[in-house]
Ligand binder design. Structure first.
Ligand SMILES: NC(=O)c1ccc[n+]([C@@H]2O[C@H](COP(=O)([O-])OP(=O)(O)OC[C@H]3O[C@@H](n4cnc5c(N)ncnc54)[C@H](OP(=O)(O)O)[C@@H]3O)[C@@H](O)[C@H]2O)c1
Length: 287
């Protein structure tokens, strides 16, 4: 199966690596061409000049693009593509997903809303969780491809936008929790208690798995960037917007979105779990 990867940032490049190593015929496109060139050299995969070039001879396309604007811009540059399965794995608003679907379906593609849970490490191991919505017959046609990237595919509905809503709800819960973790650690420290004792408490409670996975990632100034803080701000913003559009109250998500929005001005390139660094020092200089 020939697969076009549209957007080879942290997630798209990891997906290209995984798919190339599991026998798919991969072609990559990226707005900043140098990134695609580096990847093409490293993996020996094809490189395309435009999104249309990438998808024109492909069976499926997977988009790992930053936001609504990027998805709609790339989708809108695609012409007639009868039979293409277009998988959107970017985290976008339900509204943008529906717009991309309606445009691409008018061009002959079948659109699947398929955002993912899990970062680049899990992509490389084929251990993502894919949340999908769209026509069952189209999802079936790319099942082998989704299985190569994931340990589980959860189909949440038949309409584009539904999976995006579920993914935004998940990220809102996770990112807001990480923000509250940062506030809680500071509260402990400012009262003269070593934060490792707070970690020990969390590990002895219902928060044990959360602390195991996120405590050190949040408070240790070192460590790789898996998901840029600027994109987490976008996800909270989009979750608030999706809630507003459907009259679902979301005051806490909107408050967390404000914190991440302000933090992303100077700290946007940090890993999103480092919101603690911002709360401690808005310049993010002391971890
Ligand atoms: N990282 C994670 O852990 C994770 C997990 C689940 C879902 N996601 C979602 O997956 C998507 C990609 O995330 P990522 O971590 O790979 O982000 P990233 O490293 O920042 O990559 C973003 C990609 O989008 C492209 N892009 C940005 N604006 C564009 C525009 N206007 N037109 C065309 N292309 C544009 C970038 O191209 P350039 O190289 O030219 O800037 C790059 O290829 C996002 O929606 C994110 O929320 C991320």
């Amino acid at each position: 199966m020939r697969v076009a990867l549209l957007g080879v940032g942290l997630m798209g490049s990891a997906a290209a690596e995984r798919l190339a190593s599991t026998g798919f015929n991969v072609v990559v496109w990226n707005r900043t061409r140098e990134k695609a060139e580096r990847l093409s050299e490293a993996l020996g995969v094809d490189i395309a000049k435009t999104p249309m070039d990438a998808v024109s001879n492909s069976d499926a396309a997977i988009a790992f693009l930053a936001d609504d604007e990027a998805l709609l811009g790339v989708a809108g540059s695609i012409g007639r593509v009868d039979g293409l399965i277009f998988i959107n794995s970017s985290t976008v608003t339900p509204r943008a997903s529906r717009l991309a679907a309606s445009y691409l379906e008018s061009r002959g593609a079948c659109y699947i809303d398929a955002p993912v849970v899990g970062g680049p490490g899990r992509v490389r191991e084929g251990r993502l969780i894919v949340v999908a919505s769209g026509r069952a017959s189209c999802i079936d046609r790319v099942r082998e491809l989704l299985d190569a990237l994931s340990e589980k595919v959860i189909v949440v509905g038949g309409e584009p936008g539904q999976a995006s809503a579920v993914k935004l709800a998940y990220n809102a819960l996770l990112i807001t929790s990480i923000e509250v973790l940062g506030e809680s650690v500071l509260l402990v420290e400012r009262n003269g208690v070593n934060k490792s004792l707070f970690k020990e408490l969390l590990q002895s409670t219902v928060f044990s798995e959360f602390a195991e996975k996120y405590f050190d990632r949040a408070v240790d100034p070192r460590g790789p960037v898996g998901f840029r803080l600027e994109l987490a701000a976008k996800d909270l913003e989009y979750a608030g917007r999706a809630a507003f559009d459907t009259k679902a109250p979301a005051p806490v998500i909107e408050a967390a979105a404000s914190v991440y929005r302000i933090a992303s001005v100077g700290c946007g390139e940090l890993d999103y779990a480092k919101i603690y660094a911002f709360l401690r020092d808005p310049s993010c200089k002391t971890g």
